[in-house]
Design a protein around this ligand. Structure first.
Ligand SMILES: Nc1ncnc2c1ncn2[C@@H]1O[C@H](COP(=O)(O)OP(=O)(O)OP(=O)(O)O)[C@@H](O)[C@H]1O
Ligand SMILES: [Mg+2]
Length: 385
């Protein structure tokens, strides 16, 4: 193994300029990606953005049209799946329904001609890990969805692959079980130390489990990093709206001083953005300034603004009590509607609809992105502003 990260972990998966063209449209478009040993890495993106196609090429079920795929430094671009040190858990668990749990998990090991004792030892310890220790004799068809999911996971992990590919493995589970399984899966992954490449369109799922994630759109990666980095400093408008909720205000960069850029909004008010969070602009000054709803404090009009904060005046249109807090929709002077989440810490008198307010938030929680150019085939469900 060659390349090392800053944290000195070997690269397990490396995609170099990988493109896959079906008919005439690229499903995966010149993708470059490195995944490190022991990482829980997620590919996140809307339906049709190329997640499954990417995963299938890493697994060897699909050949790229161009580019290279390396596993552990070895070029495997055209190697058959069974010659790769990789296991896959698909969306449908594909257990053998007539076999019991033990035989399902032991299946791959028996083909490797391990001794009976060794097979029993490894299956036993894997069933402990997935928390199904007394289920050996149960038929797969007599298990709940979550239990089947864990058996499928045990069956893949028992082979101790270098890399495990998982394609929306929880989509058949209900919301509550999904959340349980997310925590379970993260625990299992850190316990066994195998690199996970996980595909999902569920942003909460990706953020909960991943060490790093990549947000894909139209076959390309638009943002990559730790969930916190990608959430706090989204690189594009698409990432800002796909991963969590963002307030985005159109404006143009009109100046800078020290480490801050200033952006003037349509109504003439200005906001400060840390320079490192302003994208490189080519031949334009147009940007959208972003702030997450939970970063904003809402106060009665006239409240003084602390140093180091941005401020915008507005009027509350809707105020909703959600138990854990209040959610507000505020018409700002700049013409954009902002969403604000305020945590219920049992103190404030909540502003009501019609109240004039001032919204403030720390400059450090402000980012800017290049306004999105939408492709014609993209749905316009998030468009209303
Ligand atoms: N075998 C195929 N032949 C032709 N087009 C395909 C084929 N497989 C996938 N595609 C197309 O490639 C694009 C990417 O598909 P892919 O299955 O990778 O998306 P995805 O991100 O996994 O979506 P989803 O979240 O719905 O599973 C889609 O436009 C799809 O229609
Ligand atoms: Mg898919």
């Amino acid at each position: 193994m060659s390349a090392m990260t800053r944290s000195d972990r070997p690269v397990v998966v490396c995609l170099e300029g990988v493109t896959k063209i079906f008919e005439d449209a690229p499903a995966v478009d010149d993708l470059n990606l490195e995944i490190y040993d022991g990482e829980f890495f997620s590919l996140l993106g809307p339906s049709g953005c190329g997640k499954t196609t990417t995963l299938r090429m890493v697994g060897g079920f699909e050949e790229p049209t161009s580019g290279r795929i390396l596993l552990g430094g070895r070029d495997v671009t055209y190697l058959a799946p069974y010659h790769r040190d990789v296991n896959t858990v698909f969306q449908s668990y594909a257990l053998f329904p007539h076999l019991n749990v033990f035989d399902n998990v032991a299946f791959g090991l028996r083909r490797k001609k391990l001794t009976k004792v060794e097979v029993a030892r490894r299956v036993g310890s894997m069933l402990e890990i997935v928390d199904l220790p007394h289920y050996e004799k149960r038929k797969a068809s007599q298990l709940s969805g979550g239990q089947q999911q864990r058996v499928a996971l045990a069956r893949a992990l028992v082979n101790e692959p270098t890399l495990l590919l998982l394609d929306e493995p929880m989509s058949a589970l209900d919301a509550k079980l999904r959340r349980q399984m997310q925590i379970e899966l993260k625990r299992i992954q850190s316990q066994v130390g195998i690199t996970f490449l996980y595909v999902t369109h569920d942003q909460e799922e990706a953020m909960t489990m991943s060490d790093r994630l990549a947000v894909m759109r139209s076959g390309k990666i638009e943002g990559i990093g730790s969930p916190r980095d990608v959430y706090d400093s989204p690189s594009t408008e698409f990432v800002a709206t796909f991963l969590g909720a963002s307030n985005l205000l159109g404006g143009s960069v009109t100046g800078s001083s020290g480490v801050l850029s200033s952006v003037t909004l349509v109504d003439g008010s200005t906001l400060s953005v840390p320079k490192e969070r302003v994208p490189a602009l080519e031949g334009t000054t147009s940007v959208k300034v972003g702030v997450r709803p939970e970063k904003i404090s809402i106060g009665v009009a006239g409240t003084s603004v602390s140093a180091g904060h941005n401020a915008l005046r507005g009027r509350v249109r809707v105020s909703t009590f959600t138990g854990v807090g209040n959610q507000y929709l505020v018409d700002s002077v700049s013409g954009t509607e902002l969403t604000v989440y305020a945590q219920n810490i049992g103190q404030e008198l909540a502003p009501r609809s019609g109240d004039d307010v001032v919204l403030t938030w720390p400059i450090e929680h402000t980012f800017a992105v290049v306004p999105m150019v939408r492709s014609s085939d993209e749905e316009s469900t998030n468009d209303e502003e």
